[in-house]
Design a protein around this ligand. Structure first.
Ligand code: NAD
Ligand code: MN
Length: 490
């Protein structure tokens, strides 16, 4: 049996400090937050619970760095630094992925893919720095008008626990490309990789103060960052309720926001679908990262004539999925915390009380060797009424709700009957139906015959309560510059 203590010791010395202005800050006056491995229950590290004053210091450092050597770099030099930073991250993939798996519970292969993607964000945006061109506007023979893209200033990044290292890079990539500086508040449960990344960025040459990290509680450090008058843009991923409070705080100082707030994404399976392709795709769409993915395909809208056959196939495959410690590369790792496990179990218990049936799973499970882990069985609820909580609310665990449909039109109506609008999928061989669905469904990303196929260069974000703005791809840049127009009268 694996010795988890040994695995933790391989991770090396873990960070236990704030990172401000290029310094590791140990502040004995601060409380601490314990972060642990959600599979084994082992304690990994104690990080500081940053205070309002910690946020003030970090924002002040980020504000100073706006006018230091960072601003003096030519666009090409800034791009080169970002590329070097990306490659420096890639070079440390083994340690970063190990720490990410230990801190978040996710399977090691997913943590490795996450580190690759983190490196890719820096390299992708590195290439745009010397191409952020302005325009000229014709105003007649007596005037010359041109526009420039200028940095917004200090950006605040509030990070969730489900894909911690990626979320850091997803916001930092475009923010740094546009010449901004940043203060990051990682999630309480997963603070470690952000702290490791910032030091790699600085070793690669990004000047001190450009990126600062304040670990801490959402209600204190997160709230203080959102409220800080010198933060000009806030990038937040997490729950709708917290997103709204970040937006309200930002409004007090008229800061802009990028909000990514989750979803209840419909995945439609038409009777003409290629089920051999659809079955593994449906399972991956909902069970990847143990269901803790904002864009998970959690509402399965199945044409009634194939429902029984499809559910049988899904159940058979689900029951073969392996749960275990992330370092063993299971199909599903644990949920992030006991709190999240209770929240997910609450959904399935209440569903049962209302008479909803689970074709498989439906509750927590104990895994041998990881008895303290927060594991939840891959679960499939069938014939879920469209107005049921299980069909409407984000569960953020491995729970699929199957809903029968009788036509594409009905699938579109049910799909759109949601406060959310993040992602949507469809499996069909009918290209007309696929395109009709893609046009009609209210979602920021639509997948035809392959869920989550986009990767990290395609604009991503939600409609309705799923959020504001777009991340990934070139579209993400729009949040991180201001347009300044200069008008010359001759
Ligand atoms: P949360 O939204 O409360 O936390 C996300 C981040 O916001 C964390 O860093 C947290 O410390 C911070 N935060 C909390 N309160 C804050 C405040 N008042 N001001 C500023 N920052 C604050 O999410 P949670 O409580 O960790 O998870 C609850 C639910 O949120 C999950 O079950 C899931 O449904 C959803 N969620 C969604 C995503 C996503 O990717 N969209 C990620 C994580 C959680
Ligand atoms: Mn942890």
């Amino acid at each position: 049996m694996t010795d988890w203590n040994e695995a933790v010791s391989k991770a090396g010395e873990l960070p236990d400090y704030l990172y401000i202005d290029g310094q590791r800050v140990h502040d004995a006056t601060l409380d601490t937050i314990e972060t642990h491995d959600p599979a084994s229950g082992l304690r990994l590290a104690m990080v500081p619970a940053g205070s309002r004053q910690s946020i003030d210091e970090a924002v002040a450092a980020a504000k100073r760095a706006l006018h230091g050597p960072w601003a003096d770099l030519s666009p090409r030099a800034r791009g080169r630094l970002m590329w070097q930073a990306g490659e420096a991250i890639r070079a440390q993939i083994d340690r970063l992925a190990l720490v990410e798996t230990l801190d978040s519970g996710k399977p090691l292969r997913d943590a490795r893919a996450g580190v690759e993607s983190t490196a890719n964000y820096f390299c992708y945006y590195a290439g745009i720095v010397d191409k952020l061109e302005g325009t000229t506007v014709p105003l007649g023979k007596d005037k010359i008008c041109f526009t420039e893209k200028v940095p917004i200033g200090v950006t605040g990044h509030i990070i969730p626990w489900n894909v911690p290292i990626n979320m850091v890079a997803r916001g930092l990539g475009p923010a740094l490309a546009c010449g901004n500086t940043a203060v990051i508040k990682p999630a309480e449960d997963t603070p470690l990789t952000a702290l490791l990344v910032v030091e790699i960025l600085e070793q690669a040459g990004i000047p001190p103060g450009v990126v600062n990290i304040v670990t801490g509680h959402g209600a204190v450090a997160g709230q203080a960052l959102a409220e800080h008058p010198d933060v000009r843009h806030l990038t937040f991923t997490g729950s709708v309720a917290t997103g709204k409070s970040v937006m309200i705080a930002a409004a007090q100082h008229v800061a802009s926001v990028t909000l990514e707030l989750g979803g209840k994404s419909p995945h439609v399976i038409m009777a003409d679908a290629d089920l051999e392709r659809a079955v593994p795709d449906i399972l991956k769409a909902v069970f990847n990262n143990s269901g803790q993915i904002c864009s998970a395909g959690t509402r399965l809208l199945v044409e009634r004539s194939i429902q029984d056959e499809l559910v049988r196939a899904l159940v058979a495959k689900s029951e073969g999925l392996r749960l275990g410690h992330g370092l063993d590369n299971p199909d599903l790792g644990p949920l992030i915390s006991g709190r999240q496990l209770s929240a997910v179990a609450g959904f399935t218990e209440r569903a049962r009380e209302r008479g909803i049936e689970f074709a498989t799973g439906g509750g927590p499970v104990t895994i041998e060797g990881c008895e303290k882990g927060h594991f939840f069985a891959p679960s499939i609820a069938v014939n879920v009424p469209v107005d049921d909580e299980l069909a409407r609310d984000e569960v953020f665990g491995p729970v699929l709700s199957v809903i029968p449909i009788d036509s594409l039109e009905q699938a579109i109506d049910i799909g759109n009957d949601s406060d959310y609008g993040l992602a949507a999928g469809i499996h069909t061989r009918d290209i007309g139906n696929a395109m009709r669905y893609a046009r009609a469904i209210e979602a920021g990303q639509v997948y035809i015959n392959g869920y989550h196929a986009a990767g990290d260069t395609v604009p991503f974000g939600g409609m309705k309560h799923s959020g504001v703005g777009r991340e990934k791809g070139l579209a993400a840049l729009d949040a991180y510059y201001e347009i300044k127009s200069v008008i010359v009268t001759l």
